[in-house]
Design a protein around this ligand. Structure first.
Ligand SMILES: *Cc1c(COP(=O)(O)O)cnc(C)c1O
Length: 570
């Protein structure tokens, strides 16, 4: 409580996110969006930015993934106990839904930066006796349930979160919406800044949208249509009757469906895509809006393997606070980089052995691939032609390690995981291939840092940014990726990694698979086995030309000066 008392008056930024990856034991995230939110909080602490974070407690997590011997994904609730890491706060607020109050409390998690700055994170919770049975489960499951469950969760997050901040004494000036899930907070703000009857033209709505505009920053994260939440107006009216004037809501959130992205677009004064290519794609998708581009980054202190962290501590001592100094990685000794990489590779191989019983060979090139198992990420692209892969492996051996979850309602994604297991069987004795269950922060760190090549094969331009490749580069791992998302800005082909690209706009599975095979067979593998010196030189360049820029310190400095500061000065 002492922390809150000392920061409420001085904290002017509130960051809202449906998910956040605070640490591996806290299961409040599913993937990239949550990792980004966590890295944002960690960077705010490093930079001593005064921000408070708001999310749901997600007590049952996203899900724990197990894999049956035949490759079927098995899902279990992934419970965690907030009392172990957080302090319960007394403040209680209510939001009326379906004619009854849903009571909300919060847990306080404090992220402490080693030099003293602390960031409060509020985890909203409805699971206590004042609520009925169904309402108590509203903050249990991340991205599960039906449309009504999801709608109520987003009401808890946006409207409940805003009321909670006020109940705790925060005087927030800027609200940062990390994706559209929290966009209902804009409606609460509309109501808060209602224009009194006597001050407005007869017949005009009582809302001052410019005041809301000035306070909201919105980051959109995906060009995939299903990634934008939409609710039926009928459902919304049933849950929140007369919360805002219906005709105004339709004007702001779309005529047919309540589209959370549209709502956020129309009520945010600063809109951001997560890479330059993504901002352009979004401007085409939503004509009439200006989309800024602050490209995502990773928190270097979180994602550097301990051997690299030690090397950077010794040679580039300011790297944690000022990752820009990693530009001087070009001065590092290539043999030292190689030793660090060998340590990371040994960690990964230990984990593979423990988890699957399979022994990987440290001398053999290791391809890593871990992603959400969903259509546009194309996890099967590498396996388009198994005979070709087998023939290639006979010339230059390689081994493959994979991971990733499919959303429980995504049957195609689940079939992909099964297919990957079949393929691993078919390739037995020819190409060593394993799938590690339970992709989460801890596994991601070991898997990415321990690979030699980090492969990414999305269908362009669907990859908004991608951040795992940034984690790879920080650890001297070379990206081999479709030219999309962040990689468009980072790739210097043959220097810090490789692009899979025709250079032309259109790409298809067939074209991309052929390009991938060409690059792997004619460039990557021959270099790994034939020009060890050049390979290590590239590893050094991956660190020096990527990690110095694609980090969340730079990202937050830009948000602070370009998105937050202009708001604070209005
Ligand atoms: C970094 C990370 C992601 C995001 O990776 P992409 O490159 O966007 O696929 C997803 N999940 C976990 C667990 C991560 O650590």
């Amino acid at each position: 409580m002492t922390l809150l008392n000392s920061v409420t008056q001085r904290t002017h930024i509130a960051y809202f996110s449906m998910e956040i990856a605070l640490r591996p034991e806290i299961h409040t995230y599913s993937g990239g969006l949550g990792v980004l939110a966590g890295d944002t909080a960690r960077s705010c602490a490093d930079l001593e930015l005064r921000a408070v974070f708001v999310t749901l407690v997600n007590k049952a997590g996203y899900f724990r993934q197990k894999i049956a011997p035949d490759g079927r994904q098995l899902e279990e609730p992934d419970w965690w106990d907030p009392a172990q890491f957080c302090t319960p706060l007394n403040a209680m607020v209510a939001v009326e839904m379906e004619g009854r109050p849903v009571w909300i409390r919060s847990w306080l998690y404090v992220h402490r930066f080693e030099h003293g700055h602390e960031i409060p994170i509020l985890l909203l919770d409805t699971d206590f006796e004042q609520n009925g049975k169904d309402d108590r489960t509203l903050t249990h499951f991340l991205y599960a349930g039906d449309e009504a469950y999801r709608l109520k969760q987003e009401i808890v997050l946006g409207i409940g979160g805003l009321r909670m901040l006020r109940a705790l004494g925060f005087e927030i000036h800027t609200y940062h919406l990390n994706e559209g899930h929290a966009a209902f907070l804009t409606l609460e703000l509309l109501n808060r800044y209602r224009i009194p009857q006597e001050e407005r033209e007869p017949g005009t709505p009582p809302y001052d949208t410019t005041l809301v505009h000035e306070r909201c920053v919105f980051t959109t994260h995906t060009p995939v249509e299903a990634g934008h939440d939409q609710f039926s107006y009928e459902l919304f009216e049933r849950v929140m009757p007369d919360f805002v004037i219906a005709s105004e809501l339709k004007r702001l959130a779309g005529p047919d469906k309540l589209n959370m992205t549209r709502l956020a677009f129309n009520l945010s004064g600063y809109i951001n895509g997560v890479a330059r290519r993504h901002a352009e794609t979004t401007e085409h998708q939503f004509p009439g809006y200006h989309i800024h581009a602050i490209t995502n980054g990773i928190h270097v202190g979180t994602w550097a393997h301990e051997s690299f962290a030690k090397l950077f501590d010794e040679r580039l001592p300011r790297w944690l606070h000022e990752p820009e100094t990693l530009v001087r990685a070009l001065q590092l000794d290539e043999n030292e980089i190689w030793q660090c990489h060998r340590a990371a590779k040994a960690d990964l191989f230990g984990l593979i052995e423990n988890s699957t019983g399979v022994s990987f060979d440290p001398a053999v090139l290791t391809v890593g691939f871990a992603r959400r198992m969903t259509g546009y990420k194309r996890p099967l692209l590498l396996f388009s032609d198994l005979d070709w892969l087998t023939a290639l492996a006979a010339r230059h051996p390689f081994q493959i390690v994979m991971a990733g979850k499919a959303h429980p309602q995504d049957d195609e994604g689940k079939r992909t995981i099964e297919r990957l297991h079949q393929i691993a069987h078919e390739l037995e004795g020819k190409v060593q291939c394993v799938f590690l269950p339970g992709y989460e922060m801890g596994l991601a760190k070991t898997l990415i840092a321990g690979s030699d090549i980090w492969l990414n094969t999305p269908l362009a331009p669907m990859e908004a940014s991608g951040t795992s490749g940034m984690k790879a580069a920080l650890n001297g791992v070379l990206n081999l990726s479709i030219l999309d998302g962040w990689w468009v800005e980072a790739c210097i082909d043959g220097v810090n990694g490789w692009a899979i690209s025709t250079g032309a706009e259109a790409s298809t599975d067939g074209v991309d698979a052929a390009l991938l095979y060409e690059k792997l067979g004619s460039t990557v593998l021959p270099l790994y086995y034939g020009q060890t010196g050049r390979w290590r030189w590239m590893m050094k360049h991956a660190i020096g030309t990527i990690a110095y820029y694609f980090n969340s310190q730079r990202m937050m400095r830009r948000y602070a000066t370009e998105a937050y500061l202009p708001h604070l000065m209005t």
